[in-house]
Ligand binder design. Structure first.
Ligand code: SAM
Length: 260
């Protein structure tokens, strides 16, 4: 694993430095690990902070306007290390509040970078089920709605999720709260990359996704930046359009974009 150490200047007045490590393979920054007790306290503070934020209020409004049914499950990928990232703790705070908004207590979580402490707190304190196998986001939803919570995940993970659910029956039951699809697609320029992320590209170009943007007005700007709610209002009439750009073979990526 390719880890790089950084010192990040966090507070000008107190002249404080924070050690951060960049784990290149996972594309994530981690800080020094908190103890279990510190972690539990910090998560509670994050939940209070998010609960009273305008960001959460706006997201709830968007969900209530667009999500008609109660999802069968919430599946969270790519949260990062709770005990070593403030950003991950805030995102988890939002996830735990959404359980009530969506009236859904079945929460599944996976990140290959989770430590034993993260898993302990997620499962024993917050009753989340840890997914034991790296499914690389290839989870087919079937006949009930599933809400996917994927803050700042890599493009390939969204592309995999779309591929495995690429028919009207499944796609209409997928809801994704994650990186703005339109921003991700705008950033893809080369023909080769477009071909690799073809499900992401096609869902947009074929007008099969309804992206609801949420203004990033949260106090900390790097926690919920560029996240949108995505719904796929497809009907039987779209089946032939979908099958025309579907391949049975699982998506293949070059080394730079490959899924961990
Ligand atoms: C850019 S980081 C985002 C972390 C955090 N959500 C944030 O915003 O700081 C991407 C995360 O996706 C995770 N990831 C990579 N492969 C994954 C997989 N196959 N399934 C779930 N998560 C994965 C990485 O370990 C990493 O924590």
């Amino acid at each position: 694993m390719n880890d790089q150490e950084f010192k990040v200047y966090v507070n000008k007045r107190r002249n404080k430095w924070k050690h951060k490590k960049f784990i290149a393979n996972n594309n994530v920054f981690v800080e020094d690990e908190l103890t279990r007790e510190q972690l539990l306290r910090k998560i509670k503070e994050c939940i209070e902070d998010v609960k009273h934020s305008r960001y959460f209020e706006a997201l709830v409004e968007v969900i209530e306007r667009n999500v008609e049914l109660k999802p069968k499950a919430i599946v969270c990928y790519g949260l990062g290390r709770l005990a070593a990232s403030n950003c991950s703790r805030y995102q988890f705070a939002l996830l735990s509040l959404l359980k009530n908004t969506l009236d859904c207590q079945n929460v599944f979580v996976f990140d290959p970078i989770f430590t034993e402490l993260d898993k302990d707190v997620l499962s024993n304190v917050y009753q989340c089920e840890i997914i034991t196998e790296n499914e690389k986001c290839k989870r087919r939803v079937g006949c009930e709605q599933v809400f996917f919570f994927m803050p700042h995940c890599d493009k390939a993970l969204f592309n995999n999720l779309l591929w495995i659910n690429w028919d009207v029956f499944c796609l209409s039951n997928v809801i994704i709260f994650g990186n703005s699809f339109s921003s991700m697609i705008d950033a893809i320029v080369s023909k080769e990359a477009k071909a690799q992320f073809n499900y992401l590209v096609n869902v947009l170009s074929l007008n099969l996704v309804n992206e609801c943007r949420i203004e990033n007005n949260f106090r900390l700007k790097d926690v919920f930046n560029d996240l949108s709610l995505h719904l796929f209002p497809v009907s039987e009439m779209d089946e032939s359009v979908l099958s025309a750009c579907y391949s049975l073979q699982s998506p293949v990526y070059n080394e730079e974009n490959d899924v961990i």
